[in-house]
Design a protein around this ligand. Sequence first.
Ligand SMILES: [Fe+2]
Length: 255
Amino acid sequence: MGIALHKVNRRNTPDKRFQPSDLNFTHGVASGDPYSDSVILWTRISPQYDSVDDNSVVSGDVPLYYHGPDQTVSTAPICVEFKVSLTSDFADIVSSGRAYTSSDVDYTVKVEATGLEAFTRYYYRFNVCDSNNTSPLGRTKTVPNVNDHVSQVNVAVYSCANYPFGFFNAYGNPARKDSVDYVIHLGDYIYEYKGDGDYGNGHPIGRVPKPERVIHSLYDFRERHATYRSDLDLLLSHAAFPWIATWDDHEVWLT
Ligand SMILES: [Fe+2]
């Protein structure tokens, strides 16, 4: 992948950079796609709780960090560090690094922690660089090597999770029981409907997903995703187990 560093640098505005106290980990933490020596770690660190209200995507020869004439937020990238440890006190760091995010990707962060041991549990967390603004604690696990013999692997398998149908206690139960190694999600992690009666009515239980319309745009999908990530049991599962996920048809707009 090629990145025009001079363009990235040109958009950087160190004098307008966010203070660590301006930033919040709004969506919890998550891990997934475990290998025997690596795992993907994910979070969102943002100056705003709302999703980035812009539908432009980063592709081709376009300036980074440009979101139209009404943009009011700083274009300075946000720096986060990640740390991985065998213990929750992070006495020994076995993998770490820095990453940058911006409004282009709705302030999300996705990094790969490498150099890990097979079939081993790890703890991880993020922090805003050079600060004590720290994410919730996450836990994850690598998979065995291809030819390793293991006596038992437990998984929780899900599909078709429609927010207005009800609460996601099924996500939370294996976390509370600490009863699985991995979560497998077969798709329909979100639904694109309005959720006010067209396919589930969330009004009686206060679970009408945002935005309150059939979702079409990039902003719509970010906001819908953010709604799902307000479910505490969904957050608990992501923080407790690595997810192995694929998509089904409702992850995209159906015409
Ligand atoms: Fe489904």
